[in-house]
Design a protein around this ligand. Structure first.
Ligand code: B16
Ligand code: MG
Length: 224
């Protein structure tokens, strides 16, 4: 039986930083150039979804289809636009409570990994100065199967040398929560979306949260 959590795996966008607003702007710029628009509500469906899958969904909303070559170019254009926003980020954009939480984990010798769908994850962590906290970084360049497939989280646990059942995943996207559960890990939803109700625990953000309190709640669930 589980009596201790040994590792925390963090999603990036929506958990550590709010890069969703930059994805939205860059995808919207692209859609507008192609002659259509989409809403913030539709944008919610892109959270945790890979770049290629996001493009396919957006083109579907606009009723458009292109060859793979053109789609590759569109994805590259969007990414260049997105990176122009990322390059302006700094530590002020780290979401509330994240740094004290990471500091607590380090003090307690809890291992820390990233499990993100983004191919820009390393650039973003460097930009906001958080690289040194992460012992393992699993991003969109390292996995074949995107969330809700558990591949990324399982790879993170394996790189850390920790059993999946001793890991907790922090995720803002329903697909990410599904991936954590499929990996047989604890899942903590970040946000207030009803769609996160599959998670073992949901909290709005890390503000005033401490690891010990979360661990206690999660482990009490396993004793039910
Ligand atoms: P990129 P996460 C995800 O990040 C975003 O939520 C999603 O909107 C984005 O399409 C995906 O990364 C890929 O991002 O274009 O930078 O490779 O939430 O998994 O950290
Ligand atoms: Mg996310």
């Amino acid at each position: 039986m589980n009596n201790k959590i040994k590792a925390c795996i963090f999603d990036l966008d929506g958990v550590i930083v709010d890069t969703a607003k930059y994805h939205f702007t860059a995808w919207r710029n692209l859609a507008n150039q192609l002659g259509f628009d989409f809403t913030e509500k539709e944008n919610e469906k892109l959270k945790g979804v890979s770049r290629v899958e996001s493009l396919n969904l957006i083109l579907q909303w606009g009723g458009l289809n292109f060859s793979d070559n053109i789609k590759r170019q569109l994805a590259t254009d969007k990414n260049e636009d997105y990176l122009s926003y990322i390059k302006k980020m700094n530590a002020d954009e780290i979401l509330p409570g994240v740094v004290p939480f990471l500091d607590e984990l380090q003090k307690l010798n809890i291992k820390i990994a990233l499990g993100s769908a983004s191919k820009n994850a390393v650039a973003i962590l460097k930009q906001v100065g958080l690289m040194d906290y992460f012992e393992s970084i699993i991003d969109g360049t390292k996995v074949v199967n995107g969330k809700p497939h558990p591949e990324g989280f399982l790879l993170a646990a394996s790189e850390l040398g920790v059993a999946p059942s001793d890991c907790v995943v922090f995720e803002d996207a329903p697909k990410g929560v599904q991936a954590a559960l499929a990996a047989e890990m604890f899942a903590v939803g970040i946000g207030n979306d009803d769609d996160l109700s599959a998670a073992h625990l949901v909290m709005p953000n890390f503000e005033k949260k401490n690891f010990k309190g979360i661990e206690e709640k999660l482990l009490s669930l396993t004793l039910r």
